[in-house]
Design a protein around this ligand. Structure first.
Ligand SMILES: [Zn+2]
Length: 240
């Protein structure tokens, strides 16, 4: 809507001389509206998707009326919400498909674009649900006793690792915070884990993830800390 997608028409408008035609059909100038709604690829994707197309089809030239349709048409019919919610992923994957075919010579079929969009939307909404569930559990649980944080020695960093595990559904949440000797937070991260049947497994996976995160950030001289005695014991005294 802010004319930011670098389609051929806009690149030409900004003074560069490129082939203005759509490279997928070769028939029309490549505008944003053509790429996302008008081109035969886009038409096919929208037709295959679970979204009801506007009566008479998408507008031929106005990206505004087409987005207005997607944003506002489902109002008043909530039963269709589950099918309707995929549309941002369809737009995104149409754009990605255009770039992949242009720059990498990879051509996804219309069916693949639709399936990919549906999968990605599903995954995103599922992640929102997990976040929501966590917020509820976190609120319900008793306030944690704050232990005094001890700074690492000079030249070292400290990574505090936290694990929360739920026996009922095998889900776990992990988090780590990396601080310097003055207690300044350098980096932090959190992640969800699933399929963890035992507490010790959750502790292991999450500590491993924290160690790997340090490695991938090229951070050495780190002291790991957390309520993970069994794990630290296994490292410092493997025979036991
Ligand atoms: Zn086209």
């Amino acid at each position: 809507m802010s004319n930011a997608l670098p389609v051929a028409e806009l690149i030409n408008n900004r003074g560069m001389n490129v082939d203005a035609r759509c490279q997928a059909c070769g028939e029309e100038p490549e505008s944003i509206n053509h790429t996302l709604f008008g081109c035969h690829v886009a038409r096919q994707v929208w037709a295959l998707s679970s979204i009801l197309n506007p009566p008479g089809g998408f507008h031929e030239s106005s990206v505004f009326s087409n987005l207005d349709f997607l944003l506002n048409s489902r109002k008043g019919n909530n039963s269709l919400l589950i099918y309707w919610r995929n549309w941002p992923w369809i737009l995104w994957n149409l754009w990605k498909r255009r770039n992949e075919s242009l720059f990498e010579g990879r051509l996804l079929t219309s069916e693949e674009v639709v399936l990919k969009s549906e999968d990605e939307a599903e995954e995103w909404f599922l992640a929102q649900q997990v976040e929501k569930d966590w917020a509820v559990t976190e609120k319900a649980s008793k306030p944690l006793i704050r232990l005094n944080w001890e700074p690492p020695p000079c030249g070292w960093l400290k990574c505090n690792v936290g694990v929360d595990w739920c026996k009922r559904d095998g889900l776990a949440g992990g988090g780590w915070v990396l601080r310097n000797e003055r207690g300044v937070v350098i980096l932090h991260s959190r992640r969800a884990f699933s399929g963890l049947l035992y507490k010790v497994e959750a502790n292991f996976e999450i500590l491993k993830w924290a160690v790997e995160s340090m490695r991938s950030h090229h951070i050495s001289n780190v002291i790991f800390s957390g309520d993970l005695e069994d794990m630290f014991g296994a490292i410092t005294g493997p025979e036991a």
